[in-house]
Design a protein around this ligand. Structure first.
Ligand code: ATP
Ligand code: MG
Length: 362
């Protein structure tokens, strides 16, 4: 998938912009606060219909304006051009159109323009709670598998109902109905998570080895209570505890993924650069699997390329992406000289935009 042209109106600090983009690497350089990340976020809107940071859409409207418009012209691996327009007004809300036709539900668009983001905010995946890692997995797997998304929505709805019931004195029959719904959907979620993580592990290891120049080994492991018993059994066993706690204490809503370096937890024992390298390897693995599933190369956004990485690792990263398996890439950095030097060393071709006060110049 390739974004050939990007037009932006009144989006954050960008008043009006119309960019012709390269099919390969597009770089955006400029000072802190210039608007580099904002351009990547506009691209993200065209893929996911929302900001890459969980902001309310209203916060993305340029101060003092009524709404924003982001218009993208895409080409999908040599087929005919496509147009995606995402617009938002404070009064009318958000609309998303593909080739002039408005989507009824924004979620129908998810997966059409596959995208992978590497950003400084990814560190939350390591430092924050298991919920953050589950959210990441959910977002990723939902892009490639609708049955997963459906199971996830049904599971969440059943879980909410069961938690409400636990605060009352439900009959055995009613409780068993919800246990059944949870168990059926948990099964789908568990199997899909397991399958995805199994497929990711060798890829993450491989990418990390290249990034670290074989200096360190990492590992990743899926943890779920469903590895020990079926959810129906677990729910029966935890029934008393659930009544005391007034919520469901067993299930896939407690799953986690453990990241390790040299056999020790990455969160505690990994340096900042090692943690960042792990996250980059994880995202490149996600990229590879998304490409396999969607049948087209996702757009890769590398926000703040040098964030926590030394020159050596950045150049290894560029070497990894300088490969026919990768497609269009958007890179931001605040140091033009450093970025150009590293790209030149990697013998990569690129187009470079200088960003100042929300304006781009070649
Ligand atoms: N709704 C908005 N209206 C106007 N300006 C906004 C809005 N939201 C954010 N901004 C401005 O956008 C700028 C931040 O842009 P962005 O995050 O793209 O910077 P950046 O170039 O990526 O900087 P850094 O190098 O620090 O990451 C800030 O100056 C901020 O005030
Ligand atoms: Mg930025």
């Amino acid at each position: 998938m390739r974004l050939d042209r990007l037009s932006i109106i009144n989006f954050k600090n960008i008043e009006s912009e119309d960019l012709s983009l390269s099919a390969g690497i597009n770089c955006f350089v400029g000072d802190n606060g210039a608007g580099k990340t904002n351009i990547l976020d506009a691209v993200h809107y065209l893929s996911m219909a929302k900001s890459m940071h969980t902001l309310a859409d209203s916060q993305s409207v340029r101060h003092g304006e009524d709404g924003f418009v982001i218009d993208g012209r895409f080409t999908r691996d040599n087929s005919r051009p496509e147009q995606v327009v995402c617009s938002y007004t404070r009064r009318g809300g958000k609309t998303l159109k593909r080739n002039g036709k408005e989507y009824e539900r924004l979620s129908e668009h998810v997966g059409t323009v596959p995208i992978v983001v590497v950003s400084p905010a990814d560190s939350a995946l390591i430092s924050d709670s298991a919920e953050e890692r589950r959210r990441y997995l959910n977002r990723f797997i939902s892009q490639v598998d609708r049955t997963y998304l459906t199971a996830l929505m049904r599971y969440s709805a059943a879980l909410q109902e069961r938690n409400k019931l636990l605060k009352t004195s439900p009959t055995e029959d009613i409780l068993l109905i919800y246990d059944g719904m949870l168990a059926t959907n948990a099964d789908v979620i568990y199997r899909k998570r397991m399958e995805t993580i199994e497929a990711m592990i060798p890829l993450v290891e491989e990418f990390y080895t290249v990034l670290s120049d074989k200096r360190e080994t990492i590992s990743m492991e899926y943890r779920s209570e469903l590895q020990t018993a079926s959810l129906s059994e677990l729910l029966l066993a935890s029934r008393q505890r659930d009544f005391v706690n007034e919520h469901t204490t067993s299930g896939v809503h407690r799953d986690d993924v453990i990241f390790c370096i040299g056999g020790h937890p990455l969160r505690k024992f990994g340096s900042q650069g090692q943690q960042k390298s792990f996250l980059v390897a994880l995202k490149l693995a996600e990229y590879t699997l998304l490409a396999q599933h969607s049948g087209c190369k996702p757009i890769l956004l590398l926000d703040d390329l040098f964030d926590k990485l030394d020159m050596r690792r950045v150049s290894q990263l560029l070497k990894l992406t300088h490969n026919p398996n990768f497609g269009q890439i958007f890179i931001t950095d605040c140091n033009k000289h450093r970025l150009q030097q590293t790209l030149d060393e990697a013998e990569a071709e690129y187009q470079l935009f200088n960003i100042t006060n929300g304006k781009a110049a070649l």
